[in-house]
Design a protein around this ligand. Structure first.
Ligand SMILES: Cc1cc2nc3c(=O)[nH]c(=O)nc-3n(C[C@H](O)[C@H](O)[C@H](O)COP(=O)(O)O)c2cc1C
Length: 237
């Protein structure tokens, strides 16, 4: 819907900030042991693939590990790789082992994990590296949007979920552990489960630090909409 005048925009109800944030998705990292029905995971995946994608090429790919043995296999493989990488960094052994144990617990403690990957198989190919890089970035953006859709759908279904970046750092390990096709490029892992807590406190930089309205029209409309809202609130009181 396009709003061409301040009057039209004043009709729009702006939800209160607290209400919006309170109902929004958060990263939930601790779960109840209850399994998630496959049909529900399929609903989440269906929501994921409604995302927009560059040229509508739908580069997203999903590998779902439900069972504990499958997740433990993945967790062990990723843990071994993490240990090797951090040993090469010459990190303290105690720190490495704590990290490996935490990673193992995160993957095995979820009810299911979804490796969100991209494939370039249907994306365009250019003769030059720069345009190929942008094409790859568009596949990343499209896949990330599918991932966010999935997180929102999980939240709407009463599930907790968290996006983890680790698979990107050990793509070959993840592909090997789960038998994923060689052209699937893992971008992240979504851990899923019925929530044990509500997640960490909500922390964001203020809007004024990350966004700007570029013209007076916007300010005028915002002021107009706020005045209209204040008048509505006064009437209701
Ligand atoms: C690209 C990306 C990578 C992330 N990687 C991790 C991760 O490896 N481990 C983790 O616990 N959370 C990870 N997160 C979740 C963020 O920590 C979380 O979104 C952030 O702290 C804000 O909290 P909220 O999602 O509850 O609002 C990641 C999120 C994104 C978008």
């Amino acid at each position: 819907m396009a709003y061409e005048t301040c009057e039209a925009m004043a009709e729009v109800t702006v939800p209160p900030r607290a209400g919006l944030q309170g109902s929004m998705r958060r990263s939930v990292r601790r779960y109840l042991p209850d399994p998630i029905p496959k049909a529900l995971v399929d609903r989440l995946l269906e929501a994921a693939i409604t995302a927009p994608s560059a040229h509508n090429r739908q580069p997203w790919r999903f590998a779902v590990a439900h069972s504990l043995p499958q997740r433990a296999k993945l967790a062990r493989a990723m843990g071994d790789r993490l240990r090797k990488d951090r040993q090469r960094d010459k990190d303290a052994i105690a720190d490495i082992e704590a990290d490996v144990a935490r990673s193992f617990a995160r993957i095995t403690g979820a009810a299911a994990v979804i490796i969100v990957s991209l494939s370039m198989e249907h994306m365009d190919v250019y003769p030059d590296a720069l345009r190929n890089r942008y094409e790859h970035q568009m596949a990343i953006q499209s896949t990330a949007m599918a991932g966010q859709n999935l997180l929102l759908a999980a939240h709407a279904a009463g599930l907790g979920a968290c996006w983890l970046c680790a698979p990107m750092f050990c793509a070959d390990t993840v592909r090997g552990a789960l038998g994923m096709p060689a052209h699937w490029e893992p971008q992240g892992m979504i851990t899923l489960g019925y929530p044990l807590d509500a997640g960490k406190p909500f922390v964001r930089r203020p809007l004024s630090a990350v966004a700007m309205h570029l013209d007076d029209m916007a300010n005028g409309c915002v002021a107009h909409a706020q005045a209209a809202q204040a008048a509505q609130a006064a009437q209701a009181a």
